[in-house]
Ligand binder design. Structure first.
Ligand SMILES: C[S@@+](CC[C@H](N)C(=O)[O-])C[C@H]1O[C@@H](n2cnc3c(N)ncnc32)[C@H](O)[C@@H]1O
Length: 741
């Protein structure tokens, strides 16, 4: 064994350097190691790193996923698995049929990953790195003297030339109790069973740990308390311990376990009550399926037959697992007033019953309307599967997630969502199927995996991350807050996961808009939708040029859009498209230059001339098909900014007629064609591009029509503005204020 000097900070390896390491196979790939760091050296290095951590001398957290490999699906108790020791491990070659049993010999280092030093039963030592756990120094998952089994172990290289064992899939690590018969005899201990403590003492110990936020330790103590209660113990003590365990499990996002604990508490209660004993309420499976059934209905009247604390826990678990309603009624002002940067989670039910997931012709699966929806109507409402609730101003939670195999890196919103997704999926097998059904870009198929009926779906962290990248949304605390953001302020948005909404495909000409109030996702129709029609929304607003646009869709989601706008843009020859972009850029520069000097009528007219030049480029006819104006009913994206600018410029110099003309042009450039025939302001064609600028245009129009004494037209604009405001912000909150002039 060689001894190497402790490397400062070697536990926080740079992802860039790791990438090089992972991309080039080791020279000694597949071989055993003849020399390794000594036990003393490993402990010294570990202590040096613990010291750095205590001093706060560490970089931003980096969660690193190496190249893809699947989690082991073997059970450590399978007779076919081979128990191996450290001397048997190979370099970067996983023995999928092997498990390594080791014991931690020091307190862990927990930051980007959990690091510790372990020994095997021969006394050989190694560094163990475990990624993707919800671990904390306050309440570590694997304190000193924990015995763990590691599935498919191998040596991985470190940047400083050493080797460690690295676990990426949490299910490849199994924490064992010291009295488990699977544990080598020399490590076994029955300390807990010999304990003199009684149930009530363990409860007290557990309560103490809970107060110190050592939740996992609290759970262990409550468990011990339950084991210490003998059959003669009164049911109140048992119910109390199950209730406490349930509460802690909810805090730890372990909802399946929480439901099991609560079921035990309810059954114990029923069995102790002569009127309930023998009723369905004393059946564990009945209670469990009631807690998991996603409905508020309670035909067995369970809620009204149990003590209040159990009833409250039942409501909490049901909400957290998801409740479904068939009504589209939500108290939006109330929900909106409750939500804030630190209160994202709303107790509301999902409304998804009027939409369904089906196969599309060529966009994989999609979401379809099961009934007609009028413009503005709620199409679906859904609570987040996961939305991390962190305080955006608090930079101490800064972190990144790197997928080295894919070459991607995502900042804090994505990194925190990934971590919480792994935690939720790991602890709740009942929730895995719905998440892993989501689009993973064919990754699952690549390995040819199939989960047989009844088999638990493994939590593959690479798959969790691919699904996150392809399906999750960037969200503000409330969509309405975005309208008051200064331009180009670019505030940090959270990243969240909504399962049903993940089936909505993109269109640049969508028929719905998504909004958020806290952790509720609302989808509203931006035009009338008929039963059977596919629901679409915009993943991001489309770039002006089709080449940029398609590149973005391809890069992030792996598709090319074939909506009406993309098809039309695709028919324009390259030279004309380039001219359009060039003229747009020229006009932008002119606006910037003129803006610096202050706006005059002459400069406004100059910009209006530039706009007309771009307009001319938007009226090509297609000689091949003998079609007239190709963009007749389509948005003209290169004209949006110039027409918005000119609307506001004319308004700034109090030219009412021009303000009205350009506000209508702005709507037209969004693909919204309007008429004032018959003295009514009406939309005659709507491509679905409803946004805050379109509402602003309506406000300018209302103001202009009012000053011209055309009150009916003004009234029509305000009514339409109210509807569009609701669509794009999700509620009426702030509407009056926004439309006031
Ligand atoms: C959030 S998922 C939408 C549901 C997905 N179609 C499915 O089958 O699960 C995003 C993926 O859907 C596909 N997709 C979405 N919009 C599309 C479009 N306009 N054209 C083609 N594929 C699209 C892409 O594969 C994309 O990565």
């Amino acid at each position: 064994m060689v001894s190497i000097k402790p490397t400062r900070g070697s536990y926080e390896e740079s992802p860039e350097a790791l990438k090089d390491l992972f991309q080039n196979p080791a020279d000694n790939h597949g071989s055993r190691l003849s020399t390794r760091e000594s036990r003393d050296a490993l402990i010294d290095i570990h202590k040096a790193n613990l010291k750095l951590l205590a001093e706060g001398n560490v970089p931003v957290k980096n969660f690193v996923l190496p190249s893809r490999y699947p989690p082991s699906r073997a059970s450590i108790r399978d007779t076919s698995v081979e128990k191996i020791n450290l001397q048997d491990l190979s370099v970067e070659k996983r023995n999928t049929n092997a498990i390594l049993m080791v014991r931690t010999i020091i307190q862990p280092y927990i930051y980007s990953a959990t690091n510790t030093v372990v020994e095997d039963k021969n006394g050989d030592a190694a560094r163990l790195t475990i990624g993707n756990l919800e671990d904390s120094m306050l309440d570590p998952l694997i304190p000193a003297a924990t015995i763990v089994a590691i599935k498919q172990p191998c040596w991985r290289r470190q940047i400083d030339g050493g080797y460690h064992i690295r676990v990426d899939h949490p299910s490849d690590l199994v924490i064992l109790q010291a009295n488990d018969e699977f544990v080598p005899e020399s490590w076994r201990s029955d300390a807990e069973l010999d304990s003199e403590l009684e149930g009530k003492d363990w409860k007290k110990e557990g309560d103490m740990m809970f107060l110190k936020k050592k939740f996992r330790t609290a759970l262990q103590h409550y468990d011990r308390g339950l084991r210490a209660l003998d059959s003669k113990s009164n049911s109140a003590a048992k119910i109390d311990l199950y209730r406490k365990k349930c509460g802690v499990n909810i805090v730890l996002l372990r909802l399946d376990d929480a439901a099991d604990d609560l079921s035990q508490a309810i059954v114990t209660h029923a069995l102790s009550d002569s009127q309930l004993a023998g009723s369905p309420m004393s059946d564990l499976d009945t209670i469990k399926s009631w807690l998991h059934n996603g409905s508020t209905e309670d035909p067995l009247q369970i809620s009204s037959s149990i003590p209040r604390p159990l009833k409250e826990l039942a409501a909490r678990i049901k909400f957290d697992l998801g409740i479904y309603q068939t009504s589209a009624e939500y108290n939006l002002p109330l929900i909106s007033s409750y939500v804030g940067p630190l209160t994202l989670h709303v107790d509301a039910a999902h409304y998804i019953s009027d939409t369904e997931v089906r196969k599309t012709e060529n966009h994989g699966r999609g979401l379809f309307a099961k009934r007609d929806f009028k413009i503005g109507e709620l199409v679906s409402a859904e609570k987040a599967f996961v939305l991390p609730g962190y305080f955006i101003q608090d930079r101490s939670s800064d972190c990144l997630i790197y997928s080295l195999g894919e070459g991607t890196a995502s900042p804090r919103p994505g990194a925190l969502l990934f971590k919480e997704l792994v935690q939720k999926l790991r602890w709740n097998p009942s929730l895995r199927r719905d998440y892993f059904e989501l689009d993973d870009g064919g990754y699952w198929k690549e390995y040819g995996w199939e989960v047989s009926e009844g088999e638990e779906i493994p939590v593959d962290v690479f798959r969790v991350e691919i699904i996150r990248q392809r399906n999750c949304f960037s969200v503000p605390t409330r969509s309405v807050d975005m309208i008051s953001q200064p331009p180009n302020s670019n505030p940090e948005l959270r990243n969240g996961c909504w399962l049903h909404a993940s089936y909505v495909n993109h269109s640049c000409l969508p028929n719905s808009v998504r909004t958020f109030i806290g952790d509720i996702h609302f989808l509203r129709a931006t035009r009338d939708i008929t039963a059977g029609e596919e629901i679409t929304h915009q993943y991001v607003s489309p770039d002006i040029d089709i080449i940029d646009r398609q590149e973005r869709y391809r890069g992030t989601w792996g598709f090319e859009c074939d909506c009406g706008l993309c098809k039309t843009d695709g028919r324009i020859d390259e030279a004309s498209r380039k001219e359009r972009s060039q003229k747009f850029e020229d006009l932008k520069n002119t606006v910037m230059k003129l803006g610096e000097r202050g706006m005059t009528i002459t400069s406004i007219k100059k910009i209006a001339r530039g706009l007309r030049e771009i307009e001319a480029l938007y009226s090509p006819s297609d000689a091949a098909t003998d079609e007239g104006d190709l963009y007749r009913q389509l948005p003209r994206l290169a004209l949006v900014h110039p027409s918005l600018y000119l609307t506001e410029a004319w308004k700034g110099v109090n030219n009412v007629d021009k303000t009205i003309e350009y506000a209508r042009k702005l709507l037209r450039n969004f693909g919204i064609l309007t008429t004032t025939d018959n003295d009514r302001f009406e939309v005659v064609s709507n491509s679905g591009l409803i946004n805050i600028e379109a509402v602003r245009a309506l406000r300018y129009l209302a103001e202009g029509y009012t000053s011209k004494g055309e009150s009916q037209l003004a009234k029509d604009c305000i009514e339409l503005g109210k509807l569009w405001f609701l669509i794009i912000t999700g509620s009426e909150v702030g509407m009056e204020e926004f439309l006031k002039f």
